[in-house]
Design a protein around this ligand. Structure first.
Ligand code: PLP
Length: 371
């Protein structure tokens, strides 16, 4: 039996290899053009110090789930603080954004309900919908008319949930959230927004692209905040229901206490981080402009995530390898992270990049594509 299983797995791995979809783990090397550490907070000395001190004081593990001995006053105080920052009534912390999305989408939509999901939504949102007994309808990416039609067509069919990211992780474009919020309100649906690549960066205070117009927002903390986990924000009754019923919350060990302290420090920095946010947006415009001037199909306006679509899986890997040889840490993104035939370089920017580096990088990118 085990030999048969091994043969089957070898065959599966062979298929991945021949389709250019085999993955290897490789540690960071070269100048960072691929992480989500947009504001450079992952190695910020203030956060490092506070987290290290908290480990000294409180130890490493939390020792239990939040509903048992894993609860800490620092974490619930931080949830209240984050809710205020986000303009929401309440917030609940999950150990990862993936778990937060599983929790939200497996807890609220029930049998008889309908979840309307953007076609480019992240795997964690898709997996959450798979856990739910609600029906799922996918609408074309950021297509407000299609969403309107889908909401009209599903009128009277139970609670409708509209689910989107605010900045799409692999395309770097912004969802038309105001239109979604208005539409959802008009049609009696509720809006759920994953702010993974927006919170900490966009919005007046860095609180993201949407606040009270959404029913719930999911705010992952392993990206611009440089730490880990995610806050789900929304009305107090909804957050209370997550505490009662969300399986990724109830059946999982609470985060290490020092994580709450690190996040508290990261929130201080984000709240006073307008200069860094402006710098990231400047860098994004600067590189987008350079690449567009060099003839690449890159929009001049957009977020800190710049997709350069190559198409073929093997070619995308070859272009990424050439950039890595030139000292730039760029990774190729292939299906299922992106649709088939759209393998790409996902260039993500951070505040540590200078104009000189960006110019060198743009030249290397154009040469790597032409080679
Ligand atoms: C849009 C989006 N949502 C959720 C997640 C998951 O967050 P985490 O990495 O904290 O599990 C990611 C991670 O890449 C993401 O890009």
């Amino acid at each position: 039996m085990p030999a048969t299983l091994e043969a089957r797995i070898n065959e599966r791995i062979g298929r991945l290899q021949s389709a250019g979809l085999y993955r290897k783990l490789s540690a960071p090397s070269g100048i960072d053009f691929s992480s989500n550490d947009y504001l450079g907070l992952a190695r910020h000395p203030v956060i490092q110090r506070r987290m290290a001190d908290a480990v000294e004081e409180e130890g490493c593990g939390s020792t239990g789930s939040r509903l048992l001995r894993g609860e800490r006053a620092t974490l619930s105080a931080l949830e209240s603080r984050f809710a205020k920052f986000k303009g929401a009534e309440a917030a609940l912390y999950f150990s990862s954004g993936y778990l937060a999305n599983l929790a939200v989408l497996s807890t609220f939509p029930e049998a008889g309900d309908i979840v309307l999901s953007d076609s480019l939504n992240h795997a964690s949102l898709i997996d959450g919908m798979r856990l739910s007994k609600a029906a799922k309808r996918v609408f074309p990416h950021s297509d407000v008319r299609a969403l309107y039609a889908a909401l009209d067509a599903s009128c009277g069919e139970g609670q409708r949930f509209v689910v989107a990211e605010s900045v799409f992780s692999m395309d770097g474009d912004f969802a038309p959230l105001e239109a979604y919020a208005a539409l959802a309100k008009d049609k009696g649906a509720v809006l759920i927004v994953d702010e993974a690549h927006a919170v900490g960066i966009y919005g007046e205070r860095g609180s993201g692209c949407i606040e009270s117009n959404a029913f719930l927002t999911i705010n992952p903390m392993g990206k611009a905040f440089g730490v880990a986990g995610a806050f789900v924000c929304g009305p107090a009754w909804a957050i209370e229901f997550l505490v009662q019923r969300a399986r990724p919350f109830v059946f999982s060990t609470a985060p290490p206490p020092a994580v709450a302290v690190a996040l508290d420090a990261a929130l201080d920095l984000v709240e006073h981080g307008q200069d860094q946010r402006d710098r990231l947006l400047y860098i994004s415009r600067f590189l987008r402009g350079l690449l567009a001037d060099m003839g690449l199909d890159v929009s001049r306006e957009g977020s800190q995530i710049i997709p350069v679509v190559i198409g073929d899986n093997f070619r995308a890997m070859a272009v990424a390898a050439r950039l890595q040889e030139a000292g730039f840490d760029v990774r190729a993104i292939r299906p299922p992270s992106v649709p088939h035939g759209t393998a790409r370089l996902r260039i993500s920017l951070n505040t540590g990049l200078t104009e000189t580096i960006l110019r060198d990088f743009a030249g290397a990118l154009v040469r790597a594509i032409a080679a």
